[in-house]
Design a protein around this ligand. Sequence first.
Ligand SMILES: NC(=O)c1ccc[n+]([C@@H]2O[C@H](COP(=O)([O-])OP(=O)(O)OC[C@H]3O[C@@H](n4cnc5c(N)ncnc54)[C@H](OP(=O)(O)O)[C@@H]3O)[C@@H](O)[C@H]2O)c1
Length: 385
Amino acid sequence: MQYRKFGKTGETVSILGFGCMRLPVMDGKPEKIDSTKTDEMLNYAYDHGVNYFDTAYTYHRPMDPAVKKGFSEDVLGDCFRGSKREKIFFATKLPTFNIYKKEEFEETLNGSLRSLKTDRIDFYLAHSLTKPTWDRMVKLGMLEFLQKAKESGKVRHLGFSFHDDLSVFKEIINAFNWEFAQIQYNYLDVERQAGTEGLHYASSKGLGMTIMEPLRGGKLINIPSKEINDLWKESEHPDWTPAQRGLYFVWNDPAVSVVLSGMGALEQVKENIAAAENAAPGILSEKELALYSRVRDMYWKRIIAPCTGCEYCMPCPQGVNIPENLNVLNELYMFDNFAESKRAYEFLPKESRAEQCINCGTCLPKCPQKIQIPDHMSELTNRMA
Ligand SMILES: NC(=O)c1ccc[n+]([C@@H]2O[C@H](COP(=O)([O-])OP(=O)(O)OC[C@H]3O[C@@H](n4cnc5c(N)ncnc54)[C@H](OP(=O)(O)O)[C@@H]3O)[C@@H](O)[C@H]2O)c1
């Protein structure tokens, strides 16, 4: 395993981190983690030098929205009791999207400590910050709570994970003495969310950078068209698997410290650990990077609705979350992975799905991109039916 410095935390982390959001489960139920398979995977990673394990209070919770806590932390805590615990880092997250009362901060942190069976969390993140959750958390006193948690020793280093645009990312970076940040980054998303600019901005301020969704949640594994497949044949590394192509792109950037992979099978753990052995900044030549760029353009050309997520179309009188539904439709075109798109569609609350659209057209004059929103809602409804 190779290791990199983790910004101003002063820690040294393995370049491959284990994302514990997609552990193998039984009967298709997220809360029923297959602990035998999971232990085998976690131990293989540990034995091969992985020292960064990323989980969250909410990972692997039941589908019932009333249940707020998941079981990923418990499985991790059970696996790494005793002396092993001292050799690894636990990263877990405060579910900002579920917290509405001040006292819930401490209760939630204590719940994570109990599940992880530890007296301290090495890397504690405000989970999934967006502009609305960030503003709400600041008002509720999250920053003071985090600072106190650090002073008490329950938490060692403070960071946040992020899902909004670059300007919000910079605002959050500049508002607090964060030590690290976790962003969605892969060869398709260089100009989305924090993007390459955000990665370098945060890194230049001394933050350790953790990458999530390096394979876009697995969607970069199956190549959706012959054109993209043919382009990859021009690669200087024709033997690389799609997973390796995705991971090497992210490791190529020295601003990246640790890349989280949400591995769901032992074979994936083995492949990604083997890939990490050969990763180094600069592994991709300029020519190869230009090829990634052409592949990226080809993927983005596949989208059907050029939605920027500006939300000018909102609110919809029927309660449809238009940008989210357009995103599902776009990803269906982009990746041609019906099962994954159906899962994303059904993940949306029923009352905000495209099927609620009655074709009233209120949204049409509001869209700066002139997207034919009702037509797309109707198409998505039909394809998901
Ligand atoms: N803080 C946040 O807001 C947030 C959000 C998202 C993720 N995360 C964290 O970041 C971690 C990584 O994100 P992610 O899980 O989306 O990562 P990812 O690496 O982009 O996607 C993981 C998926 O990629 C596929 N995969 C991985 N290695 C493979 C291999 N060698 N061969 C074939 N397929 C492979 C698997 O798909 P299949 O299962 O289909 O085989 C796996 O489920 C998560 O586990 C979680 O810990 C945090």
